[in-house]
Design a protein around this ligand. Sequence first.
Ligand code: HEM
Ligand code: HEM
Length: 382
Amino acid sequence: MSINPLPRLLASLAIISLISAAIWLLLPRVSGLPTVAPLHMILALGVMPLILAAMAYFIPVLTRTSAPEPRVLLSPIGALIAGLLVTLSLSLSYTLYPVAASIALLAIGRLLWWSQQRAKATLGRPHPGLLWYQLALGALILGLLMIILAAFWPEQWLPLKRLHLHLNILGFVGLAALGTLRVLLPTVGGFPDPQAGLWLMKEWRWLVAGTLLIAIGAAWFAPLAEMGLLLWLFSLVRLIRGLLKAHQGKLWQWHGAGISLVCAIMGLILCLLSGALHGYGLLPTSQAGEAFVVAFLLPLVTGAATHLLPLWLLQSQPEKQQQLRKQLGYLSAVRGMAFLLAGVLTLASHPLAFLIAIAALCQFFIQLARPLAGIAIAGKSG
Ligand code: HEM
Ligand code: HEM
């Protein structure tokens, strides 16, 4: 019987992204490196391959087709290489970054093409979540093309860079995360949610329009960005209000993945609101990327890992999976709130932000370390 290597790769990439977050939090403080290189360690080396691997994992579920062929793994692995190269390039020499972007483009294009093959092979219509993944990949392709163009068109460097970063942050990470969260939250909370499919079918239009308005507005005409922001905010507030009104008891708990994911949505709302301020120079833009990682990505990745790591590490051992979920989700409300507080303090450039974020991340690492060592030992002796 052949073993599907994707869950193991996903577990490794989730752990790599959390470790790169810890290095990202510590490195600029001890090395004096410009922050943009460590920021790409978490965004391009940590998060980009993880999202691509998660898409490869979920697309067969969304299209009701067979498990992915091993060569699909080339996409997240290619993205990992590109992420490593761009981090090095932004630390040492900018001449290499277009090569990194080109490798990433090949990896992403390959995954997009594969997702379309799977869409065609679906019996009936694919789940609407597939379109969200394809739109997210489209935004990442556009974002990377913009930053390649910037290398050859230095007069337009700043607007093209602003297009790159807003398309990647909101279009790629934002759409991929929300498309997954909308399905993951009911699973994690253990409640049926007939609204999820409907929300996914309707809401993407507003978020795609909002992302384009923010990206184009940030590049050339700030009032457009404010209109895009309103579209994003209306969608997210509708989402969180609907979820908490109907399922508050299942999600609003001290422990478990659900509350962490709810904190991530609140963190995203915080970052969007701060966008309105940095767009008009009322907040320094240097804090925006950091706040996005601390207030949104960290509760998102720790929350998703709480539910999914046990599934990926302990395939076909449901009892052990449940036990590990309990261990990882212990006091996740406190962890999630700590990330949110650290996000607010980051925006205010307060030095305590870093300490709170690192403490919350360490709490997750401590809860993960023992079970992970146990699984590794069991794997070796088995
Ligand atoms: C191989 C892939 C990538 C390449 C080659 C790349 C390249 C670049 C370059 C050259 C810059 C400008 C650096 C500067 O201003 O000195 C930049 C900025 C930025 N990129 Fe990327 N990037 C990649 C992936 C990503 C991803 C996946 C994300 C987010 C999910 C991202 C988010 C950002 C952000 C937020 C900034 C602005 C940082 C700041 O000015 O504070 N990038 N990128
Ligand atoms: C949610 C995460 C966001 C992050 C991480 C982020 C990050 C950034 C960064 C790093 C810059 C500076 C680029 C540079 O000039 O070097 C910037 C500029 C800008 N952003 Fe955002 N942004 C976000 C959301 C938003 C939102 C929601 C809006 C909508 C109002 C927005 C509007 C703008 C505008 C108008 C600029 C140009 C500012 C200027 O002219 O100085 N951003 N953003």
